[in-house]
Design a protein around this ligand. Structure first.
Ligand code: SF4
Ligand code: SF4
Length: 410
């Protein structure tokens, strides 16, 4: 509580507060409760800037003339109420209180690794690999309208006229290299993977990672498999219900996990998908918005971030630090294409080829070149925005739209 001017007080910013100070604006975000304050008042900006001066260690004296300034008084009152600032009595014989602010300090960070490329840092890189996606072939009998665009936006199959496929030797080489990597998801995609002659051999080749295998198929290409696995079924609209219900009945028979990925382009399709999942009693599904080049309105109204989306859930200090250091959408993930090329994801430059480069070399290259894993919001307009590291990390959609931000704010 703010006392009268005869009583001196300290004012401290709590160390769970994420503060963004720009020349003319300020954000104070409580990472415990999600409460926040935004101000364009220069007096407010300078109070918080002063708290952040090294010598002040988050705590300054409540200045006498602030009692005459209603703008400052109500700012401090609101910050105290939101558990952003605290007031402490000043004691002539007491020590100045301090608040140690957490700072991002990754001891073995990548920039340091680049400056001191020692063997051990390189070798530990394989421990970053948590997701590997293999496009085993690229032929497909179907002709989906947006094929080739879909897998640039979200995980999906994709055909190619070149008709390459990964041979058994390449699969075995990959399996040997990932034996001790902490892979959580090993995606097998095509084309049409049912036309890939080695499909049935994959669980055996990757026997060490059997539990992590996810097989991706368009529902119209799907055939009853003769091995247990997790299936990721791609469904575009309009849906052939008879064919889709075949997949659903197989999943019930096999008792393995089937996840359905519906591709939607507008709100009507969202409603249609809801009807289908209810009718067929589909339990596990995701909807993936597809930018067709003609549905920008749908993206603007339903997909682009607004302030309510950003502040909808409490964002932890850990999440904010993570957003400053790496891209959690892409970090740890590599894609091997059917010609052996390897990239951090479908939209970014190729890092090398699996036939000539080891996964360790490719990961080290990604850590150095940063095509995706450490893409953070550090370029305009995001680097000028108060919400820079509160916003979710850059996704594949930004690349598709050829812009750095997908929000309604800038
Ligand atoms: S099923 Fe997949 S690979 Fe085949 S045409 Fe459709 S999107 Fe392309
Ligand atoms: S400009 Fe960037 S950081 Fe700011 S709200 Fe938009 S996407 Fe988020």
């Amino acid at each position: 509580m703010i006392e009268n001017k005869d009583k001196k007080q300290w004012i401290a910013i709590e160390n769970w507060i994420y503060a963004v100070i720009r020349p003319n604006q300020l954000l104070l975000y409580n990472t415990r409760t999600g409460q926040y304050m935004i101000s364009q008042e220069s007096e407010h900006v300078s109070i918080v800037a002063k708290m952040h001066e090294k010598k002040n260690l988050g705590v300054i004296l409540f200045e006498e003339d602030w009692f005459e300034n209603q703008k400052i008084l109500s700012f401090i009152e609101e910050a105290v109420e939101k558990n952003i600032f605290t007031l402490e009595d000043y004691r002539e014989d007491g020590l100045k209180p301090i608040r140690l602010m957490p700072v991002l300090n990754i001891q073995k960070d990548v920039e340091r690794m680049k400056r001191n490329p020692d063997r051990s840092a390189g070798e530990s890189s394989l421990s970053y690999l948590t997701e590997l996606s293999l496009y085993v072939n690229d032929s497909c009998p179907l002709h989906c309208k947006h094929c080739g665009q879909l897998n640039k936006q979200f995980m999906c199959c994709g055909r190619d006229k070149d008709d390459f496929s990964l041979d058994a030797g390449v699969l075995a080489k990959i399996a040997a290299q990932i034996k001790y990597a902490p892979i959580m998801k090993l995606n097998i995609l095509g084309g049409d993977i049912f036309s890939y002659p080695l499909l049935d051999k994959i669980p055996e080749i990757f026997s060490d990672k059997k539990e992590q295998l996810h097989f991706w198929s368009h529902y119209k290409n799907f055939q009853a498999p003769n091995f247990d696995a997790v299936w990721e079924i791609v469904v575009d609209l309009p849906v052939d219900e008879q064919v889709l219900s075949y997949c659903v009945s197989e999943s019930i028979k096999q008792k393995t996990q089937y996840n359905y990925h519906f591709i939607i382009q507008n709100e009507e399709e969202v409603n249609l998908v809801e009807k289908i999942i209810n009718k067929l009693d589909i339990q596990t599904f995701e909807m993936h918005p597809c930018y067709s080049g003609e549905n920008i309105d749908f993206f603007e109204s339903c997909i682009f971030l607004n302030k309510e989306d950003i502040f909808g859930d409490t964002i932890s200090q850990r999440r904010i630090f993570c957003n400053q250091a790496l891209n959690s959408n892409f970090f740890g993930s590599l894609t091997v294409f059917s010609n052996g090329d390897v990239a951090a994801q479908v939209n970014v430059p190729v890092l090398g080829n699996i036939s000539t480069d080891s996964l360790l070399e490719l990961i080290t290259r990604e850590l150095e070149q940063n095509t995706a894993w450490r893409k953070v919001r550090n370029v305009p307009p995001c680097n000028d925005c108060l919400f820079q590291y509160l916003c979710p990390p850059v996704s594949s959609y930004e690349a598709v739209f050829k812009r750095e931000n997908l929000c309604a704010l800038y």
